[in-house]
Write a protein that binds this ligand. Structure first.
Ligand SMILES: Cc1ncc(COP(=O)(O)O)c(C=O)c1O
Length: 420
């Protein structure tokens, strides 16, 4: 085996030498490959379908341009994500704006930018949006976000489709009052509905159950009001590989049964089938990214646990502390040595929960060694902060074995720049 870890054709220690650590490394080839797979297994396979990238997973200007090149739409959740998307030249008509607590300012920004779809989460947002749209003399295309009331087998903090979720309207609420109220509002055009049951799902049963509930709702609205939606957005949530889940799920595992249900529903009703939309985030970028750290301490504590401490952690990857994410790791400059030492990888932040990986087998790590953490392309850079005044790492993009700096490393000066 080679001594150095090669990631999508790039020598990882050479990248660490060139750009420093901690370092996010993202493979453009891998991202393009995922987009191609989405075309094959969804958008080209089924007519009248759209795939959007949920850019909360990883948003940089370069990433937005890449998504534009790949022909996907964009799902955003804030005025900041909208601002960056517009700066990167993304067509607002192909943007869907989510969020359970959009501010009046964000709604105004979305309306003024001409965002194609606003996914409305609750009644107070609906009333406000209607008023703001009327003030502007426009009729804004919207979807209503529905909480279908299914439990998904994932961590509570990334489950979103259960009845006690903070997201969306319940089905009874829509049937009883909201549908009729929306239809009376002249500032919004109800294009259809949205549901997203959770993230990092490895089984398709929540998608299937939720789709059944949505189709029941649509059948009810058809019978009572003759309403047929133009769009149905089934969300994202497709699982990828982490240490506790051995392989990435296929989009078709989720969407083939869902499309069968939707297609047969519309075949039977004779109505035109709405455009079916998916919005994966993690699935597109998660495995495309690794984080490279340098070991800055080694020790064995009184309980006998052996630690390698690294020069980053919670500040660049809060997912372990937030929902107990499990990562695979590699000794990037010692791949050829025996992986014989049980090691816990500790982040450097002052939180006991700042552990990147518990009890993994690695070669004996020493100060200055390099450690690569896999599947950090999603919800790492985008969730990073400055806890303990740690500067955010640089982002390097690699393609065909070539590398370039996409986001420069934050400096100490950057971190105090806004302080008056
Ligand atoms: C509404 C919505 N759509 C899409 C996503 C993307 O999920 P994932 O990255 O798991 O595909 C999320 C994630 O939180 C979401 O809330």
């Amino acid at each position: 085996m080679e001594k150095n870890l090669i990631f999508h054709g790039s020598d990882v220690p050479a990248l660490a030498e060139k750009y420093g650590t901690p370092l996010y490394v993202m493979s453009i080839d891998d991202i393009r490959q995922r987009c191609a797979e989405i075309r094959v297994s969804f958008t080209d396979k089924y007519e009248n379908t759209v795939a959007a990238f949920a850019c909360k997973a990883f948003q940089t200007l370069e990433m937005i341009r890449l998504i534009k090149e790949e022909g996907l739409s964009l799902d955003i959740v804030s005025g900041g994500e909208l601002y960056a998307a517009l700066k990167a030249g993304f067509d607002p008509a192909h943007i869907g704006f989510h969020g359970n607590a959009k501010t009046p300012r964000e709604l105004r920004e979305a309306l003024d930018a001409g965002v194609g779809t606003i996914i409305v989460d609750n009644f107070s947002e609906l009333e406000l949006l209607n008023r703001l749209a009327l003030e502007r003399g426009i009729c804004q295309g919207i979807l209503l976000r529905v909480t279908p009331g299914v439990d998904s087998h994932t961590h509570l903090y990334i489950a979103t489709g259960n009845l006690d979720s903070k997201f969306g309207f319940s089905v009874p609420e829509i049937k009883k009052t909201v549908f009729e109220q929306v239809r009376e509002m002249k500032g919004v055009d109800l294009k259809g509905f949205h549901y997203h049951v959770g993230s990092q799902l490895t089984e398709n049963n929540s998608h299937i159950m939720a789709t059944g509930i949505m189709l029941d709702l649509l059948a009810n609205l058809k019978v009572r009001f003759g309403y047929v939606p133009r769009e149905l957005n089934c969300g994202g949530g497709f699982g990828i590989r982490y240490a506790d889940y051995p392989e990435r799920s296929a989009v078709s595992t989720f969407m083939d049964p869902v499309m069968d249900m939707i297609n047969s529903f519309y075949r039977e009703s004779g109505d035109p089938r709405p455009t079916v939309i998916i919005e994966p985030g993690r699935w597109i970028v998660g495995e495309a990214g690794i984080t490279v750290y340098e070991v800055s301490s080694v020790k064995t504590n009184a309980a006998g646990r052996h630690y390698a401490g690294v020069n980053g952690g919670l500040s660049d990857n809060p997912r372990t502390a937030l929902y107990d994410a499990k990562y695979e790791v590699a000794a990037a400059d010692k791949m050829d040595q025996p992986w014989d030492t049980l090691t816990t990888i500790a982040g450097k932040c002052c939180e006991s929960g700042d552990i990147i990986a518990y009890d993994v087998m690695l070669p004996k790590m020493e100060i200055g060694d390099l450690l690569a953490v896999y599947s950090t392309g999603a919800y790492n850079y985008s969730m990073a902060g400055n806890y303990n005044r740690l500067p955010r790492p640089a982002v390097v993009m690699i393609e065909n074995g070539e590398d370039h700096l996409s986001v420069r490393r934050e400096t100490y000066e950057d971190m105090i720049e806004r302080e008056l």
